[in-house]
Structures are given as structure tokens and as C-alpha cells.
Write a protein that binds this ligand. Sequence first.
Ligand SMILES: [Zn+2]
Length: 226
Amino acid sequence: MSDVRTYLVLLGVPGAGKGTQAKLLQETLGLPQVSTGDIFRYNLKNATELGVLAKSYMDKGLLVPDEVTIRMVEDRLAQPDCAAGAIMDGFPRTLQQAAAFDALTAPHGGVRLAPLIGLSDEEAVLRISGRRSCRTCGAIYHAVANPPRVEGVCDKDGGELYQRDDDREEVVRNRLFVYYKQTAPLIGYYFAKGLLVELDGAQPISDVFAGLQAALAAHAALPTHS
Ligand SMILES: [Zn+2]
């Protein structure tokens, strides 16, 4: 195979720290973090053909079909910064998407590794429902783990801190339900392919990252992108 690329698929419940670890991996591996949220925002903002199509479903309150999402991901992975691979954060989200992603990446050696960042449901709920965001600058605090100096006020600009709707406890519990229904089957999917590695997401961020790097070195024989 002449054009082998490095595709990593990060798995874990909402709040496990996939985005945080993806950013750290991006810095050390020089591969871009590809998140579905960013892809959707880009396509909607720029009113691309796929963005307009996606919006037509969202405006009706319908889920965007997998094939539209998959085509957006395909476009994103064709960008020059993805020439050596990508760190997938939030995609694939379903077994159908995982199969499509396998087909998409097969010419480049397929998925290299699927790290699962493990976290208990209760810890996930505590982490997310404790988040407070600044209305002005978007900075994120946590009621327990990273409180602002003055309750309800942003340290950086004095902006008002609030809880995003998505972070409300009942919404988080529903996000977990959707995760178990749609995304958790991917754990078995990648395990069966010998690509799953499990990490303890309750550890400090730097320890999770050290474990991730060790797993990559042991399982993935990453090429150096020099
Ligand atoms: Zn602020």
C-alpha cells in the first residue's frame, strides 16, 4: 500500500475527554482533529451544497441522514491538512458510519487504532452538569474542578457564567442514553477488529495522554510524519 495514513477513532461517553485528548494528539502527532461538530459548523456557515442539504433536514426537526454526514466527512478528509491522516472525534457515531468510514479509509490502511476513554456514567454527569460557560468569551469553568474566582463571573472578562442547555443534567442523561443506543456498539466493533485500547478517563488529563501515547507506540507503529 503506497498511501498509508494514520486514522485514529476516539471513543468514550460524553464528558470522557475525547476532545481534550484529540487536541493533545494533534499537537504531538501533527494530525488534525476532525470533529463532526466543526464539520457541521463549517458547512452550515459557508452554505456548502451539503450544508444546505443538512439544514433542510434540521429545519424540519429531522436528523441529518448518515449519508450526508459521511459525505461531509469525506470532503473534510480530502483537505490537504488530512494528507497524513486524522484524529476522529465524534465520528463515526453509529455502526453504519463506522462501516462507511472503513470503506473510505481502506485505500489508506483503514483505522489504525480506536482508543476508548473509559468513564463511569455518574462521573460523566458530574463533569458535564458542573460546566459553566462565559456568555462573553466562551471560557469554560467547572463548579468543582475549575471554579472561577468569583462564583458566576468569568475570571478573564467579568462575563456572566451560565449553564448551556446541552449541559443540564437531564439533557446529559439523555445524551448518555443516545450514546449507549447508537455509539457504544462501536466498542465491540473495534474490539473484534483488534483495534480497541482502553484507557481510564478518570485519571488526570496528562496521565490519560501518557497512556494514549504508550498505547499508540505499542499497537499502532505510527509512521513519523517528518
Ligand atoms: Zn469570559
